[in-house]
Design a protein around this ligand. Structure first.
Ligand code: DQA
Length: 142
């Protein structure tokens, strides 16, 4: 059994009703079900927070527990150097962190074109809705 953390940042708790044209109408609970169905026998621990400190704590814990991470940091992706440093710590310790986005940020507002996480993430998957997460989990299970 592999344990994988699927960490979601700000406003992603509102999936289902948040800008449905961009993010669809399914919720994070739906995503939890999809990922669990994809990975029977594995422990897919999906969490969401609107608090940056809580997210930093979760990333610090993954260093200690060596738990691979799928990370959608939402808008923090574009400006949080604290998250950059935390992801750098985790990946430098040999624990993979795959950055994911539901949308393709490069096809949207200019401020979304930069991610301060990409340079320290293990890889990036963006633009495929829930499939961005499913592909990331599949890669971590390979
Ligand atoms: C997002 C893209 C970000 O630009 C945005 O701030 C989000 C969601 C995505 O999954 O497409 O909150 O990370």
């Amino acid at each position: 059994m592999t344990r994988i953390l699927v960490l979601n940042g700000p406003n992603l708790g509102r999936l289902g009703t948040r800008v449905p044209d961009v993010y669809g109408t399914q919720t994070l609970d739906d995503l939890r079900t999809v990922l669990a169905d994809d990975a029977p026998g594995h422990d897919i621990d999906l969490r969401q927070t609107d608090t940056e400190g809580e997210m930093l704590g979760w990333l610090h814990d993954t260093m200690d527990s060596q738990t691979p991470v799928v990370l959608n940091a939402g808008a923090w992706s574009h400006y949080s150097y604290a998250l950059h440093d935390a992801v750098e710590m985790v990946t430098t310790a040999g624990v993979p962190v795959i950055e994911v986005h539901l949308s393709n940020p490069h096809a949207r507002d200019e401020f979304r074109h930069t991610s301060v996480l990409t340079s320290v993430a293990t890889g990036v998957i963006a633009g495929f809705g829930f499939d961005s997460y499913r592909l990331a989990v599949a890669q971590l299970l390979r």
